[in-house]
Design a protein around this ligand. Sequence first.
Ligand code: TRP
Length: 339
Amino acid sequence: MEITSTQHSEIILTGDRATGPLHLGHYVGSLKGRVELQSTHQQTILVADMQGLTDNANNPNKVSENILNVVADYLAAGIDPLQTTICLQSQLPALAELTMYYSNLVTIARLERNPTVKNEIQNKGFERSIPAGFLTYPISQAADITAFKATLVPVDGDQLPMIEQTNEIVRKINSLAGYSVLNECKPMLSKASRLPSTDGKTKMSKSMGNAINLGATEKEIRKAVNSMYTDPNHIKIEDPGSVEGNVVFTYLDAFHKDEGYVQQLKEHYRRGGLGDGTTKKILEECLQELIRPFRERRNELLNDKAQLIDILRVGSEISRNKTEQVLLDVKGVFGLNIL
Ligand code: TRP
């Protein structure tokens, strides 16, 4: 992510659904960037437990049990709670209230057109039984973003429709008010392309069981690398192989420190004579080295849950004050601050 001096006045908000531990895709896609931004920007990270419930209400443990995992992942990856405010969505009632007001400004047809929501509805097999909370989560996400007056939202590409819907709501509120109450926000896309899943079929995803978590054990890492999709036509070691679409090389590009060495490996692989066993061994070593400190720190952090809860409590208190203020402003637009 590029940081320019003009961005330092920007207010950053990001969030993650608390539906599973974070994985390498989160790390390259946004966590790494957040760690870089925290020393120069005002940054808040929201653990989105309420959004997590929008498709898990029948299995709420999946959310409640992952809240502290996600916080531990943040800290293990280098987020410093003294620089970044980490807060819990369900502890900020202003967010739910804002969602209620904004809901009157968004049509069902508009929600059904949101391409990310559309995809998710299909993938999750909701068919006609879509929870109302799920269909409307872009409105709740708009509440998250605007309640912090965020101007910059580091997200991956599939969150762009949320930013668009947020800005539509912002414009409606501002035009109702006749002056600028809320800020429009910009997405901040990571330069790293989205990491594919280990089978190469989709992007890495918590829900698809194809991810390498930041807390993965040695054995899990080995298993994931060994099962990675390579080049199905590269049968004998002497055969020339293809690097494009070969997940082992995509990961080497994303994680290996020595770019020149990866280039040499690619050339060798293309020429023939380099086996998948060898490339996988090299990748495995690289990932073991990357993940080991995350895993160790994460385990230590999870041994002291009281400390993690404290971090969330402090962050949520700071955030409560900020978000209440924006709620008052929005209620004012509707003339509802009469008591
Ligand atoms: N939708 C995000 C995800 O799928 C989580 C999220 C909730 C979020 N509120 C947000 C992201 C606000 C950015 C800004 O993980």
